[in-house]
Design a binder for this molecule. Structure first.
Ligand code: MG
Length: 369
């Protein structure tokens, strides 16, 4: 049995803002840009337009008819008292990483699809749909406890239905669509609920008198192919609850490295150590910016004869200090320069420093997790 979860954080940016600023709780919060105060707007340039669009808004703001992608100026007209906040992407990215770290623990495979959404294949973790529901509840609880944020989860036999299901009840929703009930669940929904069906496809389908997924499911597949090509087949399958696409373990930051080739091959210990120091600093600056901590430090050396050797050391716990990174990298370098007979004799052409086994810094607790 295949069990796929789609986890979608609820109004993610504004929810994070409210978490960070509890006085915003219960208020209409709009993330997307800064708007001048009343005085600034009415004073000299009454017509000055407020630029930008709503990125996310709280559910309280949605009650005023405000939604994502709406021009901020319009949102301001609808609710001048809303709290307008600029997009603080570094903060959201950090929280996103923490959430993905939690989700990873629950998944056989995980595919992050956006900053606040991921597919989890949990097929080996649960035996039936009841267990899947319990499992999803555990995920929701852990995210709420650790991150003080709610999410909505869709559970289904495939990715497409899981995604549709996570949007079915929101916020703080949990929707299970068992395999045998998939077609029944999809049938009454408008076709635009299918991920990828935009206004254009919706319009084309409407001209064919297809407005609900059920109508699409029973439509002649050949006619769909004539109209949409291959995509017609896919639409027909999806409408019938079939989607074979796998949860793709996606790229993630697993390591970070910097390397340098010398202008002239060298055996000079001070040159080599200086180089290691500099590379360690470059690596450190990047992982610090991205909020990572490391467990493994590796040193790569390419000798004058182009033979490449790597040595690595893994620490018992995560570290974040530059001094530790430098220390280990230099120890590894010493191992090379004092190494076995042959290595010791050779000049070095290139040096690289790499950190891997990366973790994230828990910002709330200001410590390493
Ligand atoms: Mg979301």
């Amino acid at each position: 049995m295949k069990v796929i979860l789609h986890v979608d954080m609820d109004s993610f940016f504004s929810a994070v803002e409210v978490r960070e600023n509890p006085e915003l709780k219960g208020l209409p919060v709009i993330v997307g840009g800064k708007i001048e105060t009343e005085e600034e707007i009415t004073a000299e340039e009454p017509d000055r337009k407020i630029r930008g669009v709503v990125s996310t808004c709280s559910y309280e703001a949605r009650e005023y008819g405000i939604h994502s992608a709406m021009p901020l100026s319009r949102a301001y007209e609808l609710c001048p008292d809303a709290k307008f906040l600029p997009v603080n992407m570094p903060l959201y990215k950090r929280v996103s990483r923490e959430i993905m770290t939690i989700l990873k623990e629950y998944a056989d495979k995980i595919e992050q699809v956006s900053i606040d959404e991921a597919f989890l294949d949990v097929s080996t973790k649960v035996r039936n749909w009841d267990e899947a529901r319990e499992y999803a509840l555990r995920i929701k609880r852990e995210i709420l406890e650790k991150e003080e944020l709610t999410c909505s989860i869709g559970i289904a036999p495939n990715k497409t239905i899981a995604k549709i299901a996570s949007a079915f009840v929101k916020p703080d929703g949990l929707t299970v669509v068992e395999e045998v009930k998939a077609r029944e669940f999809l049938a009454p929904l408008p076709v635009k609920k299918i991920p990828g069906v935009g206004p254009k496809t919706e319009q084309m389908l409407k001209k064919m008198n297809i407005e609900q997924i059920g109508q699409l499911a029973s439509y002649d597949v050949q006619e769909l192919v004539a109209k949409f090509g291959k995509y017609g087949t896919r639409l027909h399958l999806i409408a019938n609850g079939i989607d074979e696409s796998e949860v793709e373990e996606e790229w993630e930051r697993k390591s970070l490295s910097r390397e340098r080739t010398f202008a002239e091959d060298t055996k000079d210990a001070s040159v080599l150590n200086n180089c290691v120091d500099e590379l360690a600093e470059e690596v450190y600056n990047t992982i610090k910016k991205e909020g990572f901590v490391f467990k493994t430090v590796a040193l790569k050396v390419k000798f004058e004869d182009f033979v490449v050797c790597t040595r690595a050391k893994t620490l018992k716990s995560f570290h974040s200090e530059l001094s530790m990174l430098k220390k280990i990298a230099k120890e590894l370098m010493t191992e090379f320069s004092q190494g076995k007979g042959k290595e010791k004799e050779k000049k070095i052409r290139l040096v690289g420093v790499r950190v891997s086994n990366l973790g994230v810094v828990d910002e709330k607790q200001r410590r390493i997790v």
